[in-house]
Design a protein around this ligand. Sequence first.
Ligand SMILES: [Zn+2]
Ligand SMILES: [Zn+2]
Length: 145
Amino acid sequence: MTAPGTPTTAEELRGVGLRVTAARVAMLETVRDGDHLDVEAIASGVRDRVGHVSLQAVYEALHALTAAGLVRRIEPAGSPARFEGRVGDNHHHVVCRSCGVVADIDCAVGQAPCLTASDGHGFAIDEAEVIYWGLCPACSTARSS
Ligand SMILES: [Zn+2]
Ligand SMILES: [Zn+2]
């Protein structure tokens, strides 16, 4: 199934210096298969794959995967943290104000920071965190009918 030369999930974990456990492999796969899942959804996906895992273990493993750069954490205001497997490309997100659904938006410029600060106050700025807000198609249809 995996193309030759493509590292397996276990090899990716090893590659960033993380101990390979069934739960971590299942977690990375759950995050990648999912669409901006929150911790609860990831925990249930991991349990479907490998059986019971405590929520605490899920938090700890997500923290390790995020710190290692295999998973990206986004935290839109007013919503629980979400996790995704699309990392390293400075893409942004649009969040529905009504139902909270999240979608990816490619970086407007292509690399970080994609906004130039009018006054950087001498900081070496390397990122602008952009979240677009609005109504998703389903919610705007519901509202106008
Ligand atoms: Zn919506
Ligand atoms: Zn995303």
